[in-house]
Design a protein around this ligand. Structure first.
Ligand SMILES: [Cu+2]
Length: 149
C-alpha cells in the first residue's frame, strides 16, 4: 500500500513541476501602469508601472499611438540635485521586478495627444530585449505629485 502511495505522490509532484517551469519562461507581465498628466499643456507626461520579467531580460523601448515619442528616464542624485537621464535600456534586476515610480525611473511621454484627460486609458507597448512585447493601458491622472520636470 505504501508503494502505491509513493507512486501517487511522485506523480503529483511531477505534475506541479511542469507549470513552475512554464512560468519561468513566461512573457513579461506589466501591472499598475499610470500616467501623470503635465500641469502645463504641451509639456511631457510621466509614466509609471511595474514589470515582472526574467532577470537578464531588459526593457528596451516603450511606445504609444497617443504619444509622439516616449523616453525611459533614470533619476540619480548629483550633489543633492536629482537629475534625470534618458536610457536606452533598463535591465531586469535579480528580483525580477522592474519598477518605474514617482521619484525614480519613469517614462517621459512627449507630444501626448491633447485630448487625453484624467481618467482616460492610454495604450502603451513595452518592448523587451527578449523580443517580448507587452501591451497595457495606463490610466491618466491629473498633475500634482512630487516628481516634477
Ligand atoms: Cu524625465
Amino acid at each position: 500500500v505504501s508503494a502505491v502511495l509513493l507512486v501517487v505522490a511522485l506523480a503529483g509532484g511531477s505534475g506541479l513541476v511542469i507549470p513552475a517551469k512554464a512560468q519561468e519562461t513566461a512573457a513579461p507581465r506589466v501591472s499598475g501602469a499610470w500616467l501623470r498628466l503635465p500641469a502645463v499643456a504641451g509639456r511631457p507626461a510621466a509614466g509609471f508601472f511595474e514589470a515582472a520579467a526574467a532577470p537578464g531580460d531588459a526593457l528596451v523601448g516603450v511606445s504609444s499611438p497617443l504619444a509622439g515619442r516616449i523616453e525611459m528616464h533614470s533619476m540619480t542624485n548629483v550633489d543633492g540635485v536629482m537629475r534625470m537621464r534618458a536610457e536606452p535600456r533598463f535591465a531586469v534586476p535579480e528580483s525580477g521586478t522592474l519598477a518605474f515610480a514617482p521619484g525614480g525611473s519613469h517614462l517621459m511621454l512627449f507630444d501626448l495627444a491633447g485630448s487625453v484627460k484624467p481618467g482616460d486609458r492610454v495604450p502603451l507597448e513595452l518592448r523587451f530585449a527578449s523580443g517580448a512585447k507587452v501591451s497595457v493601458d495606463a490610466e491618466a491622472k491629473p498633475a500634482g505629485t512630487a516628481h516634477s520636470h
